[in-house]
Design a protein around this ligand. Structure first.
Ligand code: NAD
Length: 305
């Protein structure tokens, strides 16, 4: 089978242009668009994401600040930074980059974010709205996954609603910020949905689940986890993973969770890493910040709970 590569970079061109226009319109009305990231420690993938967002923000005219804390920062220090950003009129959206160091309780940190500024929907209020199918903000990675799928389905001439209703979607990885939001968006599209986590691998059941997929979404953070034997002929494969790999010459580069070389020949369509989900995620995050600016202007910002 000749596989089609779903190119995230070309998919972003229209989204990026629309985003820049929206930011420009707000600027003309004297309204700034600002986002803040919070980065604790020096995780490789979090740093890569931070750099990408910084570059994109500069390109589209969004004001960007990254608040960096050392790996040994106390939880109260992280919460204090978030509370400062909640108060800041220059910041419409807040993104806490993951992973946080293990001594920090992620749920407590997320709860500190003002829901109106929680552009990744990690606060329980926003996560609940998402699970109910009425999201305030669609988390950017899951949004990117389904934007790529929607665009690809359109390109085949199929009808989107029909495609999803007939599809069995398997999501590998069940994190609150990627796996579960992907499941919620798949539910919204009336697909048959299966969610699996590391226990599927530990019990030797990974392939049994993944081979059932018409659409396989992989977000496990395990380089090369999915190989040819895990994928049925003709599946559509979306690789969310961003993992560092050190070459023989000592240089670090990014690889996904899917072994592209072996899986691509079996897949009907597949996203590459880099250049697949990542670029779309970045644009979506800033799009959510624009949504936050508009909502905050019309409603006024509430207290964090
Ligand atoms: P996470 O560590 O929070 O969650 C990983 C999930 O995968 C867990 O549910 C875990 O049980 C599951 N898992 C781990 N090993 C597994 C295995 N062997 N088999 C099956 N399931 C397994 O990670 P996350 O934040 O969800 O991120 C996942 C990956 O996606 C990472 O590589 C991350 O860097 C990447 N990511 C990419 C983007 C993007 O824009 N492309 C955005 C966010 C995260």
């Amino acid at each position: 089978m000749t596989s089609e590569v779903i190119d995230g970079v070309s998919c972003t061109q229209n989204l990026k242009a629309a985003l820049a226009r929206e930011v420009e319109q707000l600027h003309r009305r004297g309204i700034a668009v600002g986002v803040a990231t919070v980065l604790v420690g020096d995780d490789y993938s979090a740093n890569i994401y931070e750099q990408r967002l910084r570059r994109l923000a500069a390109e589209v005219g969004v004001e960007y600040v990254c608040r960096r804390l050392p790996r040994q920062a106390r939880q109260s220090d992280v919460v204090a930074v978030i509370e400062g950003l909640n108060e800041s009129e220059d910041v419409a959206g807040i993104l806490v980059l993951r992973p946080l160091p293990p001594h920090i309780d992620e749920a407590d940190v997320f709860r500190a974010i003002l829901p109106d500024k929680d552009v990744e929907s990690v606060h329980p209020e926003n996560a609940g709205l998402l699970a109910l199918g009425v999201p305030r903000f669609v988390p950017s990675t899951a949004a990117a996954v389904f934007h790529l799928l929607d665009t690809w389905i359109d390109s085949t001439g199929s009808e989107r609603a029909e495609f999803y209703r007939r599809s069995h979607i398997v999501v590998v990885g069940r994190s609150n910020n990627v796996g579960k939001p992907c499941v919620s968006l798949a539910y919204d599209r009336q697909a048959a949905v299966e969610s699996i986590d590391e226990w599927a691998s530990k019990t030797g059941q990974l392939g049994r689940h993944t081979r059932r997929a018409d659409v396989l979404i992989v977000a496990a953070g395990k380089p090369g986890l999915i190989a040819a034997e895990h994928v049925s002929e003709g599946a559509v494969v979306i690789d969310v993973g961003i993992n560092p790999r050190v070459d023989a010459d000592g240089r670090t580069h990014v690889v996904g969770d899917v072994d592209f070389g072996s899986v691509a020949p079996r897949a009907r369509a597949i996203t590459p890493v880099p250049g697949g989900v990542g670029p779309v995620t970045d644009v979506w995050l800033l799009h959510n910040v624009v949504t936050a600016v508009r909502a905050q202007r019309s409603a006024g910002v509430r207290e964090a709970s």
